[in-house]
Ligand binder design. Sequence first.
Ligand code: NAD
Length: 484
Amino acid sequence: MKYPAVENFVAGKYIKGSGGSLDVNSPIDGSKISEVTLSNYSDLDKAVSAARTAFESWSATPIKERTQVLFRYRALLEKNMKELSELVSEENGKTLSEAQAEVEKSMELTEFACSMPQIASGEILEVSKGVECRVERYPVGVVASIAPFNFPNMVPNWTIPNALVLGNTMILKPSELVPLSANRLAELLKEAGLPDGVFNVVHGAKETVEAICDHPGIDTVSFVGSTKIAKLVYIRASSNLKRVLTLGGAKNHLLVFPDAHVEMTASNVAASMSGCAGQRCMAAASMIAVGSVDHIIDELCKEAIKIIPGVNLGSVISKAAKERIEGYITEAEKEGAKVLVDGRNSVVKGKENGFYVGPTVIDNVRPEMRIAKEEVFGPVIVIIRTDNVDEALKIQHSSHYGNASSVFTQSGGIARYVSEKASAGMIGVNIGVPVPREPFSFGGWNESRFGVGDITGKSSIEFWTKLKKITTKWNPESKVNWMS
Ligand code: NAD
């Protein structure tokens, strides 16, 4: 085992959970690199006690002082970039450059948190002569953040810097498939001067998540993962009267028009569908070809074959994921779809036990096929052909997801029409992965997100704080006394 067993990080120390352990395998070559402890309610309870105790002094620390810890954390992310990126790549399977981009994004998220003293201050107004209303922000309390496997470093950092700088204390529950990065983040936060107990990591799977939803000592739950579990967590945690925001899965449609810039469109679509081996909630899943776009599809296939497993394409997360993805392709082919570029049965020399799927482009897919409707979560794009923009939008609307959608065209009118009519929270115009950068916030619509507001950026400030409204009358000299 390359790494020691992964334990919970509670009040600044490592402790073992009491629910047994799971092997952690690198999807790059299938080898066991560590094992992770699993936690039950009583293990979680220890973290909640630590976070509750730490909340008293952390929430009372001025925001400018809290921000100083985050400045140092950002510097440590940069200093340890190489090691953090290698860890992400090893436990998740993505390429080293994709892993590095993830850590860079974590730095950007932290930079945004460092601007909180400037943008999250309260408000004050003299509402009538001698009477002042002021609004102050308070942290919500102990918050939990539950993360998926696909971004072991970045998704935890969607929540950590903002929640902490705004005065909350946190329990992170990473995916049991990629538990190593989370503990390194905990160590770096400690090194940055974060007091013990402010940030804790509890490892586990279903039982641990259910304990988080039920524990009365947790005020707020955020979740990022599949729609199936996002719904369960939303219902269970909110039925326990917690503030909840859960982000779910995706099926992103790219609408491609004949006038689109050929090379730019082809390379953007190829990169969107294959980046992080297609395991991104922002990945292109369906290309809706509006009219005659064969010239763009030809170019897309040329781009796709330049994407080589083990070189510029990482592995998918597990054997089960590889089998699921290849199963979708085979089923579509049986139903009459045409596989233009086939990524099934990919083997990387020297990494024969790794879980690789090559880039796959499938034409003549019909909207009612399973591969057109469900989240495949692999480096696969389906092409659905249609004649006009309204038909294309109808297909986009038929999805119960609504994370992102993009339009590729040189026409401003079409771009604006699609941006307005597409039912998704994030829209790209000639961009395949339309992730909003800070200070703008990240979040989808429909069954890609449950709850109010977004998880990052300015919108998240409302989620991590509660408002206190103070009305004050000081000066009897003004001789206005209508407000008793
Ligand atoms: P997942 O839903 O299987 O797991 C997410 C978390 O839930 C993990 O921490 C896991 O331990 C826990 N979990 C799993 N099964 C559970 C159960 N039965 N009860 C309670 N908790 C459970 O998701 P994943 O496979 O880790 O991640 C991939 C999914 O995440 C994809 O659907 C992807 O689209 C989605 N995702 C969405 C976004 C977004 O912003 N909308 C971002 C990243 C990933």
